[in-house]
Design a protein around this ligand. Structure first.
Ligand code: ADP
Ligand code: ADP
Ligand code: MG
Length: 650
């Protein structure tokens, strides 16, 4: 044990980040206390920790945001320090003060440093004073719309309106033309008020071909070092999807300039612990030392910190614990260097084709690849619940060069197997194979521009149907036809459904490990044979895996494909046929935009459901007349609950 190190810490978080912190604490000989909500009593982080304290209901406001309850749990279990992870209470200065007032150590910066960076306008003003370049724009106190409009004109369009209290991309509006300014301002302000209880905004020049490049910093309260940059330009709606380190095309002059600016930012607020200084970079004409501007500082460990760990060999959580326990900075700037290249992909339970709708489900099958670091908060059989971020895992790969690391990312994604929920795996694979990305030609608009090519659900080919048919018939087990004698061919029909498309496959056994499968629709015919653990289709190795659970069959080959063996009695009433608009997931009815008797057109907005921190607009599946509105605003509804019913079609 390290002298002066904590003997026990409490982790005020859940999911992958709680598990991540526990891993390092254990390696350092520090005992761990987990906290959990009703929904997480058997979660992975609870199982991993030495002790666990139940702190309340499933909703974050009833548990992971209850600072007082968490501090009590730390005191009761004899923990000396609290690690906040990210999200939840990690950037809440009042919580930091309460932790310290209870005689405990907060593993992170002091409250004043968090406050200094908490509001984007004040942070920008502070950074300007410290000599850090900030995005040109207006971040003054005068919030009068007419005044803001004049400021916007002065900055020059396009501009970006940002909530000063913003986070997670909320309260942000890009405005192209002066005519749209006032409308955009109103909608940004109302979103900001709802999300943060503060409707103040600032206005920035919208940087063309923007790249998001951030610098990892680490301070001891006096001095700071930087651990180089991460490029997080692959974003969808301002949310990061794949991150990498170092940034492609980075020059040593620019790295030095950005690193120095980030260290200045951290030292200006006496920063202690791990933090990230986010910059927006003009990527329209290569990277230039004078082409980066401060956006904000995140005063916590960042989701994508593992790519920095992969290229520097530093365990950032270990550093957090050591500095919080009173040690000096574990390294000097000149001790730090970059080794190779790393990527991180965020694997989510979400329905990409349906507009990246967060999904829930029990992960009946879950295998992470060898050769990649998988940071996860779930195990096979665990549930992705509607209460929290639907992240399944972060996959992190490292290689000697960017090209090698990218190949490893593609391989890791193709070897990741998830059944029980839809995921963004196919989307991540397409992104990893994107040409512009491979060339290092990244900017925050890349995903949006190529969305149509990146998002459709992959369609299984007839060979995949053939493998699924074996799974549906239970012929994929070890030696299902042991003792098979060829005196009469055995023939079965399997009816399978993939994404609403049903097919019948006729399977004829042609030996104990040899099947002839005719996929009836399309009339493709394939010979499937087993060779050891592998399946050969028409003589070619596949490396495919077939997993059957209940009436679900998953074929893990390329993208994973998920089939069901439909119940022949299922009448299968679809929303279009019945005219009932159902909640796609559990959530809160934010607003209802129609009433009984109203005529609605296909696609019209009928209600907004808030679930998993996002708003989902529910629209009419066909033209019709509203027969009944079955919910009121503010109602909490279960998945599948009927919300609005249209009159039957004439
Ligand atoms: P980072 O800036 O560290 O990469 P993100 O952009 O992923 O982090 O998210 C910013 C913060 O918001 C993080 O602290 C993260 O935990 C939190 N967050 C993001 N999405 C969600 C969500 N759906 N539910 C809860 N917290 C979220
Ligand atoms: P948040 O607190 O929501 O993370 P940020 O200020 O960090 O807000 O901005 C989020 C994202 O929005 C950035 O990663 C970038 O993609 C985009 N963005 C922010 N400011 C600008 C700008 N001035 N020009 C272009 N894009 C920007
Ligand atoms: Mg940000």
């Amino acid at each position: 044990m390290i002298a002066g190190m904590f003997t026990k810490i409490l982790i005020a978080n859940r999911g992958e980040i709680a598990c991540r912190v526990i891993d390092t604490a254990r390696r350092m000989g520090v005992a761990t206390v987990a906290v959990c909500s009703d929904a997480d009593r058997t979660a992975r982080h609870v199982a991993m920790a030495d002790e666990a304290v139940h702190i309340g209901g499933a909703l974050p406001a009833e548990s992971y945001l209850k600072g007082g309850r968490i501090i009590e749990a730390a005191s009761a279990t004899g923990a000396e320090a609290i690690h906040p992870g990210y999200g939840f209470l990690s950037e809440n200065p009042d919580f930091v003060e309460a932790v310290q007032a209870a005689g405990l150590v907060f593993i992170g910066p002091d409250a004043d440093a968090i406050r200094a960076m908490g509001l984007k306008d004040a942070a920008k003003a502070l950074m300007e004073k410290a000599g850090v370049p900030v995005v040109p724009g207006y971040h003054g106190a005068d919030q009068e719309p007419g005044h803001l409009e004049v400021e916007a004109a002065g900055i020059g369009y396009p501009v970006l309106i940002k909530a000063v209290a913003g986070g997670g991309g909320k309260g942000m509006r890009r405005v192209e033309r002066p005519e749209s300014f006032i409308d955009a301002l109103e909608s940004a302000k109302s979103e900001a008020l709802g999300a943060f209880g503060n409707d103040a905004v600032l206005i920035e020049k919208y940087v063309e071909k923007p790249r998001h490049i951030e610098v990892q910093v680490f301070g001891d309260g006096t001095r700071a070092v930087h651990l180089f940059e991460r490029d997080c330009s692959l974003q969808r709606r301002h949310q990061k999807v794949i991150e990498e380190a170092p940034a492609p095309g980075m020059t040593s002059e620019m790295r030095e300039a950005m690193g120095a600016a980030a260290v200045r930012a951290a030292e200006a607020i006496g920063y202690k612990g791990a933090g990230t200084v986010e910059f927006i970079v003009d990527g329209s004409d290569g990277l230039k030392s004078d082409g980066f501007w401060f956006m904000e500082m995140n005063t916590r460990l960042q989701v994508e910190h593992p790519v920095t760990e992969a290229i520097t060999g530093v365990d950032l959580v270990e550093w957090q614990l050591r500095v919080a326990a009173g040690e000096a900075l574990p390294a000097k700037q000149e001790d730090l260097s970059i080794d190779g290249h790393a990527f991180e992909a965020r694997l989510y339970a979400e329905d990409v084709a349906a507009g990246f709708l967060p999904a829930t489900g029990r992960l009946t099958h879950l295998v992470f690849p060898d050769g990649a670091r998988a940071d996860t908060g779930v195990r096979p059989g665990d549930v992705i619940s509607p209460y929290y971020d639907p992240m399944i895992a972060k996959l992190i790969v490292h290689g000697a060069t960017r090209a090698i690391a990218l190949r490893r990312l593609e391989r890791a994604l193709s070897e990741t197997r998830v059944a029980g929920s839809v995921t963004n795996l196919a989307f991540l694979r397409r992104l990893a194979g994107h040409r512009g990305f491979a060339a290092g030609d990244v900017d925050t608009g890349l995903i949006g521009r190529d969305l149509e090519a990146l998002t459709p659900d992959p369609v299984p080919c007839s060979r995949t149907w053939a493998l699924a048919a074996l799974g549906a018939l239970g012929l994929d087990g070890p030696g299902p036809l042991a003792g098979f004698t060829l005196w009469e061919p055995l023939v079965w029909d399997a009816v399978l459904d993939h994404a609403g498309e049903a097919r019948t496959c006729r399977v004829a056994a042609d030996g104990a490990d040899r099947f002839v499968v005719v996929v009836v629709v399309g009339d493709a015919q394939h010979v499937v044979t087993r060779s050891g653990a592998d399946w050969l289709v028409d003589g070619a190795k596949t490396g495919a895996g077939i997993v059957r659970l209940g009436n679900a069959v998953s074929v893990f080959w390329g993208n994973g494909y998920h089939f069901t063996c439909p119940d022949p009695l299922d009448r299968g009433g679809s929303a279009v046929a019945t005219g009932v608009i159902e909640a796609p997931m559990p959530g809160l009815v934010k607003s209802v935009h129609t009433k009984a008797g109203a005529e609605v057109a296909k696609g019209a907005r009928l209600a907004v459901l808030e679930a998993m921190k996002m708003e989902h607009t529910l629209t009419a599946a066909r033209d019709g007349v509203v027969a009944e509105v079955l919910v009121v605003e503010g109602a909490q509804v279960e998945a599948g609950a009927a919300l609005i019913r249209l009159e039957d079609e004439a």
